[in-house]
Write a protein that binds this ligand. Structure first.
Ligand SMILES: C[S@@+](CC[C@H](N)C(=O)[O-])C[C@H]1O[C@@H](n2cnc3c(N)ncnc32)[C@H](O)[C@@H]1O
Length: 380
């Protein structure tokens, strides 16, 4: 690989990392504000924490600490971080120590998240929980994660939200499938992470890598959710928007449609401009400079273009005749606009249909925001 292509690869990797961290930033503030209303303390767990930094920017634990400190919630927000590599852990410990000096309830552990998960979740009893699992490759063993969530976080309240990085290289390169080559002896770690050998057949049956990644990720999500009674949403993250095969999928798992799924889908849409700006920074999207202006404009244009699709989805839901709360069925409302649109497009679509006389709104919670809004067809 030439120096130039190495540099390009690094920068492209930064774009996909920038996206993940931007999603975390966009998600945490509204999630914390909504979940704090349940009146329970909140625990944020970073299971594959790294150093706390990402290049010169904040890493996931630093973002969690900042949100825990910055928000004025009526409940305590605690941060727990686990890291296997000792050098990374030493930096992480320095970061959490500084946060403790500033009054935060923050602790770092050296070790493997699979060895700490049950004990951390026991400490999280009575707390709302957000668990972030972001490995480079293999996820933690399926039985460990599914078992811990099913037994220690089996109830709807206090809420449990999980964000996982499900790596495509894990499924293919690292475990023996490159193109048509297939090395079953290498699949052991993937079998553990994915919860068995079910995925071998899926990978063999399908021809294209893009289909394999999608089916295996969705199969994993279905299994995890059937074992835990939760629901899910995946977001494919590409090294470049023009690629077919995601470098990883973010998998969001929750029992809540409102503060869970709707908040997450909105956060992905809000984070997307940062991703396009990072890709543009590589000079790879446009020849018009790297100020980020083009990418932000393009992201906005794409977001605005989703509104007719969302309007059509709302019409179909309203045609069923019942009153509905859009935030309770965000996957139906966003449909194919998931990953691009935000709550702003949903609000605008609702307003457009009301102005056209197709929908009427009932504001049940006295809020001027979408949170309290129910809708129904005007006629029917
Ligand atoms: C992708 S990096 C984490 C990046 C971090 N989440 C961020 O966004 O700033 C994955 C980290 O997980 C650590 N790691 C790998 N296996 C682990 C395990 N089983 N338990 C805890 N940490 C692990 C690695 O040493 C590495 O620092």
């Amino acid at each position: 690989m030439t120096k130039e292509s190495q540099r390009a690869l690094l920068e492209i990797q930064q774009a996909q990392t920038a996206f993940k961290l931007a999603i975390l930033r966009a998600y945490l503030a509204p999630m914390l504000a909504k979940v704090a209303r349940f009146g329970k303390p909140i625990m944020l767990i970073d299971g594959f924490a790294g150093t706390g930094a990402s290049g010169t920017d904040q890493g996931s634990t630093a973002i969690m600490l900042e949100h825990a400190r910055r928000g004025r919630y009526n409940v305590p927000v605690k941060v727990r971080a686990v890291e296997r590599d000792f050098d990374h852990y030493a930096k992480l410990e320095a970061l959490t120590e500084a946060a403790r000096q500033g009054g935060a309830d923050a602790l770092a552990w050296h070790g493997m998240i699979e060895d700490h998960l049950f004990s951390l979740l026991r400490q999280a009893t009575g707390h709302a929980l957000f668990l972030f699992l972001d490995p480079y490759g293999a996820q933690i063993p399926f039985d460990c994660l599914a078992g811990a969530l099913a037994t220690l976080r089996g109830n709807r309240y206090p809420p449990t939200e999980v964000l996982l990085n499900v790596s495509a290289p894990l499924i293919f390169r690292e475990f023996g499938i490159v193109g048509d080559e297939w090395t079953p002896s290498k699949t052991k770690r993937a079998d553990l992470a994915l919860g068995g050998v079910w995925w071998h057949d899926v990978a063999r049956r399908l021809d294209s890598t893009a289909d394999r990644v999608r089916e295996v990720t969705e199969g994993y999500a279905r299994r995890l959710c059937s074992a835990t009674g939760m629901t899910w949403q995946t977001v494919p993250v590409f090294r470049h928007p023009r690629h077919d095969v995601p470098i990883y999928n973010l998998l969001y798992v929750t029992r809540s449609s409102d503060h869970g799924l709707a908040t997450f889908i909105d956060a992905v849409g809000r984070a997307r401009p940062d991703y396009l700006v990072a890709v543009e920074g590589e000079g790879d999207l446009t020849l018009f400079g790297d100020s980020g202006d083009w990418a932000r404009g393009e992201a906005k244009r794409q977001q605005t273009a989703t509104q007719p699709h969302i309007e059509e989805n709302l019409r179909k839901i309203a045609a069923r005749g019942d009153e509905f709360h859009p935030l309770s069925i965000p996957q139906e409302v966003y449909g194919n606009a998931t990953g691009v649109a935000t709550g702003t497009q949903v609000e605008r679509a609702l307003r457009t249909l009301v102005e056209a006389g197709e929908l009427c709104l009932v504001n049940k919670k006295g809020s001027k925001h979408i949170e309290g809004v129910y809708a129904r067809a005007t006629r029917g």
